[in-house]
Design a protein around this ligand. Structure first.
Ligand code: HEC
Length: 123
């Protein structure tokens, strides 16, 4: 899952406004909201339990995501289109607010496996 080209990195849109760690991490209300959003808009592809087994085919297994909070937000906002790969991550910026994306992040953290990095700075 290392689809990031050298051009992406820190020039990503709205990067500076996104905190390094998830301000909603561990917030019970945010986790509940995030779960609803996830099931409504992400579960088709990533699977209802985020394991990548959605009805609409393979999204990534998000339980093992380890690129840190900012990269999560950036990926959700901007999407990812790897050339020659059928499955694409659609961009959600303009559809979901930052707050909603943080809520989804807070929820996905609760599903994370050992070694995943959801809330912290990138390793
Ligand atoms: C239309 C299907 C689809 C939907 C809907 C979708 N995704 Fe994705 N997502 C993908 C695919 C496919 C990839 C893998 C892209 C690649 O790298 O080739 C991906 C990748 C990702 C990644 C990066 C994973 C990694 O290991 O780097 C994150 C994070 C992510 N999606 C989160 C979400 C969230 C959160 C939502 C809901 C707001 C969502 N996705 C909705 C298909 C989807």
């Amino acid at each position: 899952m290392d689809g990031w080209g050298p051009m992406v990195g820190h020039s990503g849109q709205a990067d500076t406004a996104v905190p390094e760690t998830n301000p909603l991490s561990g917030n019970a209300a945010a986790i509940t909201e995030g779960r609803s959003w996830f099931r409504a808009v992400c579960g088709n592809c990533h699977g209802p339990s985020a394991d990548g087994m959605g009805d609409r085919g393979a999204g990534a297994d998000l339980r093992v995501f380890n690129k840190g909070f900012r990269k999560f937000v950036e990926t959700v906002k901007n999407g990812r289109d790897v050339p020659n790969r059928m499955a694409k991550m659609p961009p959600w910026g303009g559809v979901l607010s930052d707050q909603q994306i943080y809520q989804i992040g807070a929820y996905l953290e609760t599903l994370a496996k050992d070694g995943a990095n959801w809330k912290g700075p990138a390793n």
